[in-house]
Write a protein that binds this ligand. Sequence first.
Ligand code: COA
Length: 193
Amino acid sequence: MPDLIPTRATPDDTPRILELLDNAAAWLHRRGITAQWSIGGFPTERIISDIRDGHVYVVRHDTSLVAAVTIDRRADPELWQPDDNPDRAVYVHRLVVRRSWAGRRIGALLLDFAAECAAAAGLPLVRVDCAKGNTDLHRYYTSMGFSHVRTVDLPHRRSGALFQRATCGDRTAPALTTDLKAGVTLSANLSRR
Ligand SMILES: CC(C)(COP(=O)(O)OP(=O)(O)OC[C@H]1O[C@@H](n2cnc3c(N)ncnc32)[C@H](O)[C@@H]1OP(=O)(O)O)[C@@H](O)C(=O)NCCC(=O)NCCS
């Protein structure tokens, strides 16, 4: 497999990130998974501001955008409670891999990258919230070393299954460390808004 390194997205990547997300949503709908992502339903303004704030990372290969993820310290207050110590984690959002690149553990690479981001910021946990009823997706996160924290069932939210994984451990990809050290300002960029 070619070297695939997460790098910060730039504003120019916005249309291609939206296209990547829409393609993934269409793939899910084709599989009958409609209660997760809506096609065309992604928050463009939020994605633009997340890119500007340095929270969005992409994986490129040649001219293609292979994958994307947003990593920040924004705990969703409807889901994560004060008892969860929301400040002690980084949060993964909109993790996506282009279908033609699926099955090569690029999702795992990005989740390891999130763990490196957390470690670089001195934080012990990586967290994600995902669609409440999507047991296959829950299995995916469990297979990636995440534990189910609980499921918050709010009627107006599709998301609510909460997962977390410790930052340190043998799942962290050492190959990414060098890139991260070179990339420097993670802690600053992961500051909460
Ligand atoms: C999650 C994702 C980034 C992982 O990419 P990857 O490392 O290439 O791994 P794969 O795509 O092969 O997915 C691993 C397994 O999880 C399953 N899976 C992934 N996302 C899923 C979803 N949203 N719903 C149900 N199953 C899902 C895949 O079908 C696959 O199952 P299999 O091993 O039985 O074939 C990628 O599958 C993806 O973009 N999924 C759609 C978007 C998504 O759900 N993101 C997470 C948001 S919380």
